[in-house]
Design a binder for this molecule. Structure first.
Ligand SMILES: NC(=O)c1ccc[n+]([C@@H]2O[C@H](COP(=O)([O-])OP(=O)(O)OC[C@H]3O[C@@H](n4cnc5c(N)ncnc54)[C@H](O)[C@@H]3O)[C@@H](O)[C@H]2O)c1
Ligand SMILES: Nc1ncnc2c1ncn2[C@@H]1O[C@H](COP(=O)(O)OP(=O)(O)OP(=O)(O)O)[C@@H](O)[C@H]1O
Length: 476
């Protein structure tokens, strides 16, 4: 409904703008004709113009004789059409009638935009916020600053992931499972070992469902409407890693030590879940990186170097890091972005991070903190040998390839969200690009508010003691 209204309002605005342009064009032509009749617009225009449009503007108005020179430069409002109006109209008109240095009208050359890389157009690629109408490039006004999730009907199934080995978390999990079933009538899924533990304890939990095989978990996103995590950031990463495709909305209760991505308080879980289940509710779409290891051995066998099995990829919510492992040598890595050479990494390694991961390992290695909705890929060296090697943020559409050179003295190790360490031998490479499957996390307040709150509360960002006479509480 709101979309239809927006489209209608935008169409009306466009039509009005077009009508105004035609009116201005008509007035301008009248002005031009009048001035020519009075013996001199074109002549004066040409003789006193120094070639630039701006210098030519006051002369037109002086011929017109309605305003003083100063008034025209200041774009005063008055009767008739001002020189500044003419100038502005010429510059801004979508119809693109403009005056050149000789006072002649010219038609702007129009063009189209296409999306692709390395000169290759990609028919599927299109940036949804850039438009190019009549040669005017424009980015959409970002009206919807915060994404809101609205359920079409109440969610029916929920999967709970919890931090292991914590009696406190286990106790809360049991209470939550009962409440979700008895009060909300929801189907509850637990991880296989957690379900087994519950059933060993009591047979009141027989309603709890689970998954058995890797194949089952592949279809979990079709069976589950909502994901709940009980733990710290590691549990959010753990839960996200179980979804190698679409991820249902995630509600994260803080039951860990830091909790950068866990905004909800566990002691009021019923109220939080009631609100979230009812909706509408703000979410943050956390981008993930899709990472694949390309083995040198596979490249030799296959001509196109792309012998990657369907399941042979990792989707990381924080980062993929490549380090020197046990080796005492510097890592030596060759980095490419869309086949263009970027740089060599000589040091302890490299972190390729999402913006959500910008506050984790990348931050510790000197990378910047970036709001999770910013679509970018962070390229952060770990203890680089060159002091001028500063972290970069690359656009979201690049494909990065990190290659261990064939002549490398040692191996490198890749870790995915701090887990699943895999060795990279000389000649092996790691490729990554932004995945199409983000992790939608429910906000406590809204995306930016939650991010700033975490930065301040979890990382104590820019917390500085100030003179107690100025601030009796002692902190800024
Ligand atoms: N030197 C470092 O800072 C360093 C080294 C290795 C791994 N890590 C991080 O640990 C992550 C794995 O986390 P884990 O909980 O499984 O391991 P873990 O239990 O070792 O915890 C690592 C710490 O990083 C925090 N963390 C995780 N993701 C975060 C994020 N997006 N923003 C802010 N803090 C975050 C956690 O809360 C925890 O305090 C990795 O993805 C990596 O980012 C950091
Ligand atoms: N369901 C799970 N099964 C196995 N391991 C898990 C599970 N959930 C979390 N983990 C792992 O347990 C470790 C600790 O979890 P988590 O990070 O949530 O707790 P924490 O360290 O107390 O909190 P924080 O990350 O806020 O410091 C992490 O390495 C995480 O990957």
């Amino acid at each position: 409904m709101s979309n239809c209204l927006r489209i209608a309002v935008e169409s009306k605005a466009r039509a009005m703008e077009e009508a105004a342009q035609w009116k201005r064009k008509y007035e301008f032509e009248c002005l031009q004709n009048g001035a020519e009749e009075a013996g001199g617009l074109s002549a004066n225009y040409r003789t006193s113009s120094s070639g630039s449009d701006f210098n030519s503007v006051p002369d037109v108005a002086i011929v017109q004789g309605h305003h003083s020179h100063e008034q025209h430069l200041g774009c005063s409002e008055g009767p008739g059409i001002s020189s500044c109006d003419i100038f502005k109209n010429g510059m801004c008109s979508s119809e693109s009638n403009n005056l050149d240095g000789r006072g002649l009208l010219y038609q702007k050359v129009l063009f189209n935009l296409a999306w692709g890389c390395d000169g290759i157009k990609d028919q599927h690629a299109k940036h949804d916020i850039v438009s190019c109408e009549r040669g005017d490039i424009r980015t959409d006004i970002r009206r919807s600053k915060q994404i809101i999730l609205e359920w079409k009907s109440a969610p029916r199934s929920v999967a709970i992931f919890m931090k292991p080995n914590s009696p406190h978390v286990q106790a809360l999990c049991k209470e939550m499972v009962k409440w979700l079933k008895e009060d909300k009538g929801m189907n509850v899924f637990l991880e296989p070992d957690v379900r087994k533990e519950l059933l060993d304890e009591s047979n009141t939990y027989t309603f709890v469902q689970t998954w058995k095989t890797g194949e089952d978990i592949k279809t979990l996103h079709c069976k589950v409407d909502l994901v709940i995590t009980l733990g710290g950031d590691g549990t959010v990463l753990w839960a996200a890693s179980k979804f190698k495709g679409p991820v249902p909305p995630v509600v994260s209760f803080a039951m860990g030590s830091l909790g950068f991505m866990t905004p909800f308080k566990s002691d009021c879980f019923k109220e939080c879940l009631r609100n979230v289940i009812k909706g509408p509710w703000p979410i943050t779409l956390r981008h993930r990186l899709c990472c694949r290891i390309v083995r040198a051995a596979d490249c030799q066998e296959s001509t196109n170097c792309r012998k990657i099995l369907e399941d042979d990829f990792h989707l990381v919510l924080n980062e993929v890091s490549i380090d020197r492992g046990m080796s005492s040598f510097l890592t030596f890595l060759e980095c490419y972005s869309d086949n263009s050479f970027v740089t060599y990494v000589q040091g302890d390694g490299l972190i390729i991070s999402t913006t959500s991961g910008s506050t984790a390992y990348s931050l510790a290695a000197g990378g910047s903190m970036v709001h999770p909705q910013v679509p970018g890929i962070l390229f952060t060296p770990i203890c680089p040998h060159s002091l001028s090697f500063r972290p970069l943020i690359l656009p979201e559409y690049v494909t990065l390839r990190i290659q261990v050179p064939l002549h490398s003295r040692g191996q490198a190790w890749a870790s995915f969200d701090g887990k699943d360490r895999q060795i990279l031998q000389a000649g092996d490479a790691l490729e990554c690009n932004m995945s199409e499957w983000p992790v939608p996390t429910m906000c406590e307040v809204e995306s930016t508010c939650d991010f700033l709150h975490s930065v301040q509360e979890c990382l104590h960002w820019n917390m500085k003691k100030i003179h107690c006479a100025d601030n009796p509480e002692g902190q800024l």
